[in-house]
Design a protein around this ligand. Structure first.
Ligand code: NI
Length: 175
């Protein structure tokens, strides 16, 4: 397994609609392994393929990972290929989100409280998951990436501009 390079805002691949996967073969499985390792290494809760420069409809999530002695351990890793939201609750939830592609920033985003997602698993088998609250938020955030949408596209223009200024300052500080 290997840790992949992260692509950050404003890289154009993050704004593209990703392509569906035709078959979950050995190459895709290796990519899923690498994505999960990259996610843990970056201390992310979820990761979408465009964030590592691959415009395919693939996400990995672990909303239950634990920190033990300063290291992140697997909780419940999930691999979702071609995920599709087939139900959204009317009820919404406001959650403070961050993103590995917009480092060190966060903002409150409104999401559906509960959703149902259809997808192919690691073995290419069709699955369905019902999620609510935190897991539903993470799934919506990651699936948005596959449609070229970042969470900063879902906040007000004013908040977005302020956040991007803070991002710029953070990056200046790294130089
Ligand atoms: Ni993200």
């Amino acid at each position: 397994m290997s840790v992949l390079e992260l692509y950050e805002y404003p890289h154009p691949i993050l704004e593209q609609k990703a392509e569906s996967v035709l078959k979950v073969d050995a190459d895709i499985q290796k990519f899923l392994d690498d994505m999960l390792e990259t996610m843990y290494a970056s201390r992310g809760v979820g990761l979408a393929a465009p964030q590592v420069g691959v415009s395919k409809r693939i996400i990995v999530i672990d909303a239950e990972q634990k920190e033990v002695d300063g290291e992140y351990r697997q909780g419940n890793p999930m691999y979702l290929v071609n995920p599709e939201i087939v139900y959204k609750s009317e009820e919404t939830i406001l959650f403070c989100e961050g993103c590995l592609s917009v480092p060190k920033q966060s903002a409150d985003v409104e999401r559906h409280y509960a959703i149902k997602v259809r997808y192919l698993d690691y073995n290419g088998k069709a699955q369905e998951i019902e999620a609510e609250d935190y897991l539903a938020v993470v799934l919506q955030h990651e699936i948005d990436h596959l449609d070229g949408i970042l969470y900063i596209d879902r906040i007000s223009r004013l908040k977005r501009n302020m956040l991007l200024k803070k991002l710029e300052k953070y990056r200046q500080g790294l130089k």
